[in-house]
Design a protein around this ligand. Structure first.
Ligand code: 5GP
Length: 204
C-alpha cells in the first residue's frame, strides 16, 4: 500500500501574496506536490480558466456541495464562497501524492480541525510598519479605516501561533525555496521512515 501523501496548507493574511507564491511553486517543473483546485462562486477574472484556476460554480451548486459533504472546508470571503473539494484531496493523499492547498485563514483552521496531521504554513508580510505607511501614504483612507485595517492585521498575525511554520514573503523565490524545504524535511521525519525499516527487519 502506498504511504499516505502529505497535506500542505499555505495560508496567511489577505494581501500577503499567497497566490503569487503558489503560482511560482507550480511554475517550477521540479515541484513534486499537486495543487488542489478550489471551488468558488466568484466570477472568473480575465484569463482564468474553469478547472485550472478554480471550479467556478453558482451559489446553489456550491451550497449543494456543502450539504452533500463534498467539501473538506469552505469559507465566505468578500461575499463569495471558496472551498476545497474533498474527494480529490482524499484520493491523492491515499495514493501517496502530496497535496498543496492555498487558502485563507478561516478555511485553514477548519482543515486543521479535520486533518491535524497536515503541515500548516503561515505566509507573513515582511513588515507591518510598511503596511501602515502604505495606507497613510496613500492619503485616501480616513484614520478610522487605517486603524481598522491595522486591527485586522494584528488579529491575523496573532493567528500565526496556530501554524507549524512561518515563512516571510519578502522575495518570492526565497519563500518558494523555504516552503519546498519544509516539505522535504517533513518527509524525513523518523515517524514517516521508521516503519519502512521495521518492515525490512521483519524479513531478517
Ligand atoms: P481570489 O479571489 O483572489 O482568487 O482569492 C481570495 C482568497 O480566497 C485568497 O486569500 C485565497 O487564498 C482564498 N481561497 C482560494 N481558494 C480557497 C479555498 O478553497 N478555501 C478557502 N477557505 N479559501 C480559498
Amino acid at each position: 500500500m502506498a504511504e499516505r501523501g502529505l497535506l500542505i496548507v499555505l495560508s496567511g493574511p489577505s494581501g500577503v501574496g499567497k497566490g503569487t507564491v503558489r503560482e511560482a511553486i507550480f511554475k517550477d517543473p521540479e515541484t513534486k506536490f499537486e495543487y488542489s483546485i478550489s471551488m468558488t462562486t466568484r466570477k472568473p477574472r480575465e484569463g482564468e480558466k474553469e478547472g485550472v484556476d478554480y471550479y467556478f460554480r453558482n451559489h446553489e451548486q456550491f451550497e449543494a456541495a456543502i450539504k452533500e459533504g463534498r467539501m473538506l472546508e469552505y469559507a465566505e470571503y468578500v461575499g463569495n464562497y471558496y472551498g476545497t473539494p474533498l474527494d480529490y484531496v482524499e484520493e491523492k493523499l491515499a495514493s501517496g501524492v502530496d497535496i498543496f492547498l492555498e487558502i485563507e485563514i478561516k478555511g485553514a483552521m477548519k482543515v486543521k480541525e479535520r486533518m491535524p496531521e497536515g503541515i500548516f504554513i503561515f505566509l507573513t508580510p515582511p513588515d507591518l510598519a510598511e503596511l501602515k505607511n502604505r495606507l497613510i501614504g496613500r492619503g485616501t483612507e480616513p484614520l478610522e479605516v487605517i486603524n481598522e485595517r491595522m486591527k485586522t492585521a494584528r488579529a491575523e498575525i496573532e493567528m500565526m501561533a496556530s501554524y507549524d511554520y512561518a515563512v516571510v514573503n519578502d522575495v518570492v523565490s526565497e519563500a518558494v525555496r523555504k516552503i519546498k524545504g519544509i516539505v522535504e524535511t517533513e518527509h524525513l521525519k523518523t515517524e514517516r521512515i521508521l516503519h519502512r525499516y521495521q518492515n525490512m527487519l521483519e524479513g531478517f
